[in-house]
Design a protein around this ligand. Structure first.
Ligand SMILES: C[S@@+](CC[C@H](N)C(=O)[O-])C[C@H]1O[C@@H](n2cnc3c(N)ncnc32)[C@H](O)[C@@H]1O
Length: 335
């Protein structure tokens, strides 16, 4: 089953994700590619563990979904999201039996190591989300990334490193075969939590709502020049706003208004906004629709199932600010 960000709770429960098998072990695979690892690995257990797979590539997601369906693995959820967002926001504390990472992107160029997943913050987060006895399992052909990951695990202060043989299924993935054809060897390590961090910012959940809060909106009067019939292309340039940084969220949000459209159905406007909050990006639509009293309602559209994060609320505020800068007068704010 494929889940979008908005399909999840923050945090989730195995009982909701895997209602028929909630008591089974729970495995997360990061960057599953075309999904070749999970079916043979799952079948090494008497009962297939529950599986959550995260991947950034949409093409891979569809290939893997077909593969898992053909293998008869109903207790599997796949999602197209960055791993750290899923581990931080979706996975409850002490709930995973394993986090499996096969052939992660090595980011080999100098200055790019910040892009690597297996760094201190990820290990601290993982130690908090794994059950006692759980582990992060890494298989890679890349000597330098392997040493880097082992050093980062040690430096995290919450993991010990155990070198071991990789699971057989990890040697049959698309990338395993690619590197084997080139004659490259494989490294495998188990990173085992030695502590369960409780007080680090890395282990707290971001302020995403557990339940959808009221849809952010504003009511305003538009000057004649901004009425949808009167707007023209010359009124619009890309527009960026930033904010929301505080102690618990030093990154904050960035909202870029990419474009605005006339709505034929409502005689209103629709703004397309790109919202970035750390590794989480969402594209949202913000409607500006006429009300019977002659004012306009600025409101987040439900299209695409956005998660109402602080950045998404800020998208509504940013559209409102854009209109105010051009003469609109806000009479009511709900964001
Ligand atoms: C080198 S490929 C390996 C794929 C597969 N594990 C295999 O062995 O064939 C790395 C995969 O990780 C995915 N990926 C990279 N960064 C990711 C992230 N932050 N979260 C989830 N997936 C990621 C990429 O899209 C890519 O498919």
């Amino acid at each position: 089953m494929i889940f979008q960000l908005s399909d999840f709770l923050f945090p989730e429960t195995p009982a909701r994700l895997f209602p028929d098998t909630a008591e089974r072990p729970w495995v997360l695979e990061v960057g599953f590619g075309d999904g070749r690892f999970w079916p043979p690995f799952a079948h090494t257990f008497p009962e297939a563990p529950n599986y959550l797979g995260v991947e950034l590539s949409g093409v891979s997601l569809l290939k893997a979904e077909r593969r898992l369906r053909a293998a008869g693995l109903p207790n599997a959820v796949l999602t197209k999201l960055p791993a750290s967002v899923v581990v931080r926001e979706v996975i409850p504390a002490g709930s995973l039996d394993a986090i499996i990472v096969n052939f992660p992107d090595p980011w080999p160029k100098a200055g790019h190591t910040e892009q690597r997943l297996l760094r201190v913050p990820f290990f601290q987060l993982a130690a908090h989300r794994l059950k006692p006895g759980g582990a992060v399992l890494l298989t890679t052909d890349h000597d330098e990334y392997f040493e880097f990951a082992c050093a980062e695990a040690e430096a995290s202060g919450v993991m010990r490193v155990e070198l071991a043989e990789p699971p057989a299924a990890a040697l049959e993935t698309k990338y395993a075969l690619k590197w084997r054809d080139l004659g490259l060897g494989v490294h495998h390590a188990r990173f085992i939590p030695t502590a369960h961090p409780t007080d680090s910012a890395a282990v707290s959940f971001a302020p995403y709502p557990k339940e959808e809060s009221a849809v952010p909106h504003a009511i305003l009067r538009l000057p004649d020049a901004l009425h949808p019939q009167n707007l023209s292309q010359t009124h619009f340039d890309k527009y960026t706003a930033r904010g929301g940084q505080h102690a618990a969220d030093p990154v904050g949000w960035t909202v870029v208004l990419l474009d605005a459209y006339r709505s034929l159905a409502k005689d209103g406007l629709v703004f397309l906004a790109h919202v970035v909050e750390g590794e989480l990006t969402q594209e949202v639509l913000v409607n500006v629709n006429p009300r019977p009293d002659g004012q306009f309602l600025v409101r987040l559209a439900r299209f695409g199932g956005p998660i109402i994060t602080p950045g998404v609320k800020a998208a509504v505020a940013t559209v409102t600010a854009w209109l105010e800068e051009r003469g609109a007068e806000t009479t009511n704010r709900g964001y």
